[in-house]
Design a protein. Structure first.
Length: 464
């Protein structure tokens, strides 16, 4: 088993910049504003030939109450408890502060090895601050610049003693599952059950996304509270549901573009949209007490446009008194405003009590299986012939438009190629009719369906 390292320190010393440097990707949001990171984030780090698990944490503050800062500190202390080694980061340009001294004393009382890192050590001012950090009593400081990648060889030397055991490759699954683009002619699936499903939890702010994730995990893994917008960046968590590996991604709430003003919120939104693009299954969480508002519909259309499988989690269902009327209202809203996701699975649940979460995950596995389904070409063409006999395409310039051939070109989402002599003349209304009928006939509820029109060859072209 590989070792685990936690990065800690007061706010705005460059912890997330160091995290991004070690994982080799911009996974954590970085901004000049202090306190950007709130939840602890885990990743696979590499330094030289050392691979290890790394945890980015919120900035430590001397708070013990149940305020947001106090709950952030609790999360950081859990990361320290989980770590084999702690990297305490200070800002060398600022020098040692009273808060640095306070938390150095806290670490000395804990039975965990500590590596002292003086970040932002470039230049004379940075070097002076690095020398000053000797007084913390945590050993020789390592002067680095996480932004510019300087001093990492010294950090490698400090971490090497913890890497004396072989790396467990299974502890670090691939960032994204391999797309199933193999062309099968028969019915089947392109899902690989050994690969983790990328599952993103999205929705408006304060609808209970993090509370729902914590209840699924069975632990207080993510910060929650009455404050809107606690989650700022997408947090990926390795998990398993009934033996199936899942990468569970909690995301920041998506507000309307017109009300987003600050740069940090724009970065959070971009991070959430990236999570949707790379997801395979998306759970859209809505607040049952504010049933399917305009922004919920906007997010649902965004997920459909990306071609992701989607289910609807109606959270806070325990607060609804007239449940049948609420469900009827939701179905009517979806039928009118989201016809492209006809048959979407809607699961009433409660992240606070855990009600309905088993049904939610069962529905998610069903939606993911539908998203991966492949329909055999012979079956598709028999269906296409029957449809044209029962409801033929409209006339074009007085002549009947013939649909000659259909095959499934891809899955994830189900994508079909429809060949015709004049594909540009097929009305959109008839194409929508085919898609809706395909959902019903082949049992493809809720998933996005793509139909690409292609021109078929004329067998008489070039003949006299």
């Amino acid at each position: 088993m590989s070792f685990t390292a936690a990065i800690i320190g007061r706010p705005n010393v460059g912890k997330s910049t160091l995290f991004n440097r070690l994982v080799g990707q911009r996974l954590a949001l970085v901004d000049d504003l202090p306190g950007v990171t709130r939840d602890r984030r885990e990743g696979k780090a590499r330094l030289g030939d050392i691979e290890f698990r790394i945890i980015d944490t919120a900035g430590l503050e001397d708070v013990r109450d149940q305020s947001l800062a106090g709950r952030m500190r609790e999360q950081t202390e859990r990361a320290i408890d989980d770590a084999d080694v702690v990297m305490m980061v200070i800002d060398a340009r600022v020098g040692v502060t009273p808060m640095d001294r306070h938390f150095a004393e806290l670490l000395r009382r804990r039975a965990v090895p500590v590596i002292l890192i003086a970040n932002k050590s470039e230049g004379k001012a940075g070097l002076a601050g690095a020398y000053e950090s000797f007084e913390l009593g945590l050993g020789d400081p390592i002067a680095i610049s996480a932004e510019h990648g300087e001093g990492l060889s010294d950090l490698f030397d400090a971490l090497e003693p913890f890497a004396d055991k072989p790396v467990d490759k299974d502890a670090f699954p691939d960032e994204a599952p391999v797309r199933g683009d193999i062309d099968f002619e028969e019915d089947g699936t392109t899902d690989d059950p050994t690969k983790p499903i990328q599952l993103a939890i999205v929705g408006r702010p304060n609808v209970g996304k993090s509370t729902l994730v914590n209840k699924l995990l069975g632990e207080e893994r993510l910060l929650t509270g009455p404050e809107a917008g606690i989650t700022r960046d997408s947090i990926a968590i390795e998990w398993a549901w009934r033996g199936r590996p899942i990468k569970l991604i909690d995301t920041a709430g998506l507000r309307r573009k017109s009300v987003i003003e600050h740069k940090l919120e724009k970065l959070s939104v971009a991070d959430t949209l990236r999570a949707i693009r790379f997801a395979e299954l998306v759970i859209l969480v809505i607040d049952a007490t504010q049933m399917m508002e305009k922004q919920d519909l906007t997010i649902a259309r965004m997920i459909e446009d990306e071609g992701r499988s989607i289910i609807l989690a109606i959270n806070k269902w325990d607060l609804i008194e007239n449940k049948p009327a609420a469900l009827e209202k939701l179905r009517d809203r979806l039928a009118v405003s989201l016809p492209q996701c006809q048959g979407i699975l809607c699961i009433p649940c409660s992240g606070a009590t855990g009600m309905g979460l088993d049904k939610l995950m069962d529905a998610g596995m069903q939606a993911h299986a539908t998203w991966n389904r492949r329909i055999g070409t012979p079956k598709l063409n028999r269906w296409l012939a029957e449809i044209q006999e029962r409801h033929p395409p409209p006339l074009v310039s007085g002549r009947r438009l013939r649909l000659r051939y259909m095959t499934q070109a891809n899955t994830r989402p189900p994508t079909f190629a429809l060949f015709s002599s004049k594909p540009g003349d097929l009305p959109d209304a008839y194409r929508r009719y085919l898609v809706n009928l395909m959902r019903e006939t082949f049992d493809l509820p809720g998933t996005p369906i793509r139909v690409m029109l292609r021109k078929s060859d004329n067998p008489y072209a070039g003949k006299d």
